[in-house]
Design a protein. Structure first.
Length: 316
């Protein structure tokens, strides 16, 4: 089984993926960086911790859902893969995981990890690639402009005006033209303005009359239309933003998930339906929490007393 393919899929959505009895891959989001003339987009920095080996159920449950196999069978298969990986590293071999990176045994008996540089597990940066950028040479550009100005100088010359009587002749001609053609137009314009002013005054008087009747008399001669204003009701109930869910099961049919919620509530759990996962399975939680530490404590209690297959799903 190519377990690294399932690990890579989970790293796009989770910050920690544990391989039982082997170690865990961790991601840490970094901002965009400019290094050696190259602009890199925001990304998830991938690292490996060989101390985190306890099974949290995430990887095994994911593979079991994808392959439609029982959880216990998949757990046994994942443990065999982890065992083969450790034997290969102990014999001096190098473990090359597609899209993840390479792992080898160091001089002091500690595992060394080199992540794959070409893969960005940050979903928000999907499609973004590194861009080459060069510095702007402002001084060189300024010198080029100055050199161009020296080669092709330009000056602004004022308009020449004659000292004679020619400008007055021009103004006199304009005045005679306006006098000949503009009198009738001005009269027509004045008549139009006067008519418009009289119409506006009549309209204002009529409006003022209606306003006085509507304001100062108990009986309303002018019936005004009723205005209906729709006011949106606001929900004052407090909404709790649960981020951590202890998963009891995932079902292909919504009715089965609802029956599971009812069954757990009868047993005293605060069970709830939390929607579907990316694979279309309806998820049911024993209980949901805001605080991650409380969720982990509850998960340990469920694994010891109720079901060892329970696992925690956390939202960003």
């Amino acid at each position: 089984m190519r377990l690294e393919h399932y690990i890579a899929d989970l790293l796009y959505r989770y910050n920690c993926v544990v391989i039982p009895e082997f170690g865990a891959f961790l991601t840490n989001t970094t901002t965009a960086q400019f290094v050696d003339g190259t602009l890199y987009p925001p990304s998830k920095h991938l690292s490996f911790n060989q101390q985190l080996t306890k099974n949290d159920g995430l990887l095994v449950s994911y593979v079991a859902n994808v392959k439609s196999l029982p959880y216990d069978d998949l757990l046994h298969e994942v443990l065999n893969v982890a065992k083969n990986w450790k034997e290969k590293l102990a014999n001096g071999g190098r473990l090359d995981l597609d899209k993840i990176g390479s792992i080898w045994m160091g001089a002091e008996g500690k595992l060394q990890f080199s992540p794959e540089k070409s893969v960005n597990f940050l979903a928000a940066s999907f499609g973004l690639t590194a861009l080459g950028a060069s510095k702007v040479k402002r001084e060189a550009l300024k010198e080029a402009i100055m050199e161009l100005e020296e080669r092709a100088p330009f000056t602004i010359t004022p308009e020449r005006r004659s000292n004679g009587l020619r400008p007055y002749y021009k103004y006199a001609a304009i005045f005679l033209l306006l006098l000949a053609t503009g009198v009738s137009s001005f009269q027509f314009y004045a008549n139009g303005q006067e008519k418009q002013l009289l119409a506006e005054q009549a309209a204002d008087e009529k409006v003022n009359h209606y306003l006085q009747e509507a304001t100062f008399f108990q009986s309303t001669p002018l019936e005004l239309p009723a205005i209906e204003i729709a006011v949106a009701k606001t929900n004052t109930e407090e909404v709790v933003d649960y981020k951590h869910h202890i998963i009891a099961g995932a079902f292909r049919i919504k009715a089965n998930a609802d029956r599971k919620v009812a069954e757990l509530n009868r047993k005293g759990f605060e069970a709830r339906y939390i929607g579907t996962n990316p694979y279309g399975l309806h998820q049911v939680a024993y209980q949901s929490f805001v605080d991650g530490q409380e969720a982990l404590q509850f998960l340990r209690k469920i694994k010891q007393s109720v079901s060892s297959d329970a696992w925690m799903a956390s939202e960003k």
